[in-house]
Design a protein around this ligand. Structure first.
Ligand SMILES: Nc1ncnc2c1ncn2[C@@H]1O[C@H](COP(=O)(O)OP(=O)(O)OP(=O)(O)O)[C@@H](O)[C@H]1O
Ligand code: SF4
Ligand SMILES: [Mg+2]
Length: 314
């Protein structure tokens, strides 16, 4: 099937998994739109069976700008690590510099985008052969691109720092290729902190993911974008799409948000409340420590693992 990704997961047209939606053989835009409607209907009716079939291995954390994607990614990675999982965290945001600090690293690793000579700006990129392999394991990623501690490995795609440095599309290509080819062992999870909005979906960055976490804050725009992300993620065949509410100020607001999301057929996992300590740590650029937000995320993480029937340490 080459570069084409069947949203159902069929290896070739007309194999046993193929629902003959016609997407991969569509010749015109009209045929592609009609085929994607068939896919969407199929995915809607088979959603829980599909989610059960897939372990949580490659997840992307998405949402509107500033809703708390990086904060939730950090808390989620910390809680998954507590549950006995090894994490590869990937920072794909081309603008915000500080995710490595939330994880308590003093320095950022070498950015993966330096593999692309166009982005190296005078510095020759290292041999990128490993990125062209059909399967990439965590051990294949050269050490210079990883900051590691205990069960956590941190990588970043890189930042646009200079004028005329280039367009972010090629950076998305690296993320997409890596996520598609990454081969994880039991108890390894890759977690991608995505840039804000839906542009990455337009570039197909999430194609290799089994799980999309949509972070939603109590605002009209955030909920509207959550609906769009859910639509896009469903359209590219992601089997597990879940919302985590963030910056929730009260139980009443939480109830309202749950009602609104449920009305839009978006399944939610739980809520992290507005937290003064998290806000202060964010302001100071400090690592995220113990807080009520972490406790709330522990509950969410266990629910998520229970739902996927995955084991964890208590
Ligand atoms: N539950 C929370 N309580 C209080 N403050 C929070 C909470 N979650 C996030 N914040 C704060 O909100 C701000 C934005 O959070 P964060 O950087 O995680 O958002 P983001 O979605 O990753 O933003 P961007 O779209 O710019 O990448 C930060 O200052 C962070 O400390
Ligand atoms: S895209 Fe549709 S027609 Fe093509 S292989 Fe997948 S299910 Fe079959
Ligand atoms: Mg961020």
């Amino acid at each position: 099937m080459g570069l084409f990704h069947c949203p159902i997961g069929a290896a070739v047209y007309e194999d046993s998994e193929c629902i003959r939606c016609g997407l991969c053989i569509a010749q015109t835009r009209e045929e592609a739109v009609a085929a994607s409607k068939i896919v969407r209907e199929y995915l809607k009716t088979h959603v829980s069976a599909r989610a059960k079939k897939y372990l949580i291995q490659k997840m992307a954390v998405c949402g509107k700008g500033g809703v708390g994607k990086s904060t939730i990614s950090t808390l989620l990675a910390q809680c998954l690590e507590e549950c006995g999982y090894s994490l590869l965290v990937m920072d794909t945001d081309e603008s915000n510099p500080g995710l490595f600090r939330l994880f308590g690293f003093d320095e950022a690793p070498r950015p993966l985008m330096s593999l692309l000579s166009r982005f190296s700006l005078g510095e020759p990129g290292p041999n990128a052969e490993w990125l062209t392999r059909d399967e990439i394991t965590l051990g294949d990623i050269p050490r210079e691109f990883v900051q590691a501690r205990n069960g956590l490995s941190f990588t970043m795609i890189g930042k646009i720092d200079d004028p005329f440095q280039g367009c972010a599309c090629s950076m998305s290509d690296v993320t997409r290729e890596l996520m598609l080819k990454l081969t994880l062992k039991e108890r390894q999870i890759a977690l991608v902190d995505q840039e804000a909005g839906v542009e990455s979906f337009g570039r197909g960055v999430e194609r290799g993911m089994d799980t999309i976490i949509i972070v939603v804050e109590p605002s009209y725009e955030s909920i509207a974008l959550a609906e769009k992300i859910s639509y896009m993620a469903e359209g590219i065949g992601i089997p597990r799409i879940r919302a985590i509410l963030n910056k929730v100020p009260s139980e009443q607001v939480e109830e309202k948000m749950i009602k609104t999301l449920t009305g839009k057929n978006i399944r939610y996992l739980g809520a992290v409340y507005l937290n003064a300590l998290v806000s202060e740590e964010g302001f100071e650029g400090l690592p995220l420590g113990e807080s009520d937000a972490r406790t709330q995320m522990r509950t969410i993480t266990r629910l998520m693992l229970d739902e996927a029937e995955m084991k964890y340490k208590n």
